[in-house]
Write a protein that binds this ligand. Sequence first.
Ligand code: 5AD
Ligand code: SF4
Length: 439
Amino acid sequence: MEKKKFYYIETFGCQMNVHDSEKIAGMLIDLGYCETAQKERADIIVFNTCCIRETAELKIMAKIGDLKALKKKNKELIIVVCGCMTQQQGMADLLKKRFPFVNLVIGTHNLDLLEEYVKSYTGSKFKSIVLEKEQEITENTKIYRTNHKNAFVNIMYGCNNFCTYCIVPYVRGRERSRKVEDIVREVEELAKENKYSQITLLGQNVNSYGLDFKDNKTNFVYLLDKLCKIKGDFKISFMSSHPKDFSNELIDFIASHEKMSRAIHLPVQSGSDEVLKRMNRRYTSSHYKSLVDEIYKKIKGVSLTTDIIVGFPGESEKDFNDTCDLLRYCKFSSIFGFVYSKRNGTPAATFSDQVPYKVKKERITKLFDLQHEIQRIELSSLIGKTLECTIERDEKGRFIAKTFNNKSIKLNGENYTIGDKKSVLVKEINKNELIGEIA
Ligand code: 5AD
Ligand code: SF4
């Protein structure tokens, strides 16, 4: 009998990467590998990397370094580094110099070549396959889904926005939309499986979906309309959105379609018009606030989340206070806050007025404290209310009840069935966590 072969994949970064890893797993399973959660046991190790902030990159570099010992023990081990980090200019050479024991460095534009490489692997030394230009979209990729409640579906790749702080357009290429019929087919198949309560549509800026077809017909709402007609008990959510393209048509569509999730992620980045301008975001804080007004007015029970960057070059105390004011105004149910990180090759890295690290740290702490307080007040207003929920487990394995707009209520006890729909009474809050019981 042939010896079983194992793969180990470690994913860094966003949902796009998580989903790419599901495709890598699909390829490796096709080649006869089985999954393992232990690096030491693996015959192939894949690091699917991220480079959005320097901290991510430094962490990954250290982890690649740690693999040297494993390679020493097992000369047959195949080590692959792929994802956004590898697509940066000069990175393949740098990796070769620092980590010559890595077997393959592969870019984001040609991930499917990984399968060919592994199939024909004959013990070769360091190789890099990093294509400069984005390729045609490949369909019919096998996907090994690791999340059994939420299925990711790519609707587009790349980004045309060039926000001045962001490396993504350089490592993911220009916007390319998948054809409506290919997306519809994938969602129909997922709906037939009847096990996903949520389908999350992925793109760097889903609001510009279909515009590259230039047919005056296909756009994001057109796609959503087709997807909402697919039969099945699932919600549709999407990420990420850009406020400059988030249309009133989309707000009306969400408001009038039960299948659309009531949890919306709408990254604002800053509340200061000066900073937004230098970030090349192409909207003002008042435009953003009017969008939020419309969303709250029309989409009942919506829960809004956002991304914020503090310490962007030139951000003054007043600019930062404008961001705090925006937080108070928008009452997000949660935020993802980041300290600005200089990315080589992006315009903002060359801006002269970089903010000192100490100031950035102080601001991010203030930002989180403020958001914490806003959330506490918002959550307190739910005490005594009964909400319709689905029973799930959180990442720590505890039972929770999830509301239709993605709020989590912690449940005491163990007598629950995952997937059950229950009315849950909110009893109290503890450290910004809702606690409840079945009503
Ligand atoms: N520094 C800090 N945060 C960044 N983001 C993108 N680029 C940077 C950077 N250079 C944040 C943005 C984006 C999220 C995915 O990451 O807030 O929305
Ligand atoms: Fe980066 Fe801006 Fe594109 Fe988002 S929209 S991926 S922040 S360039």
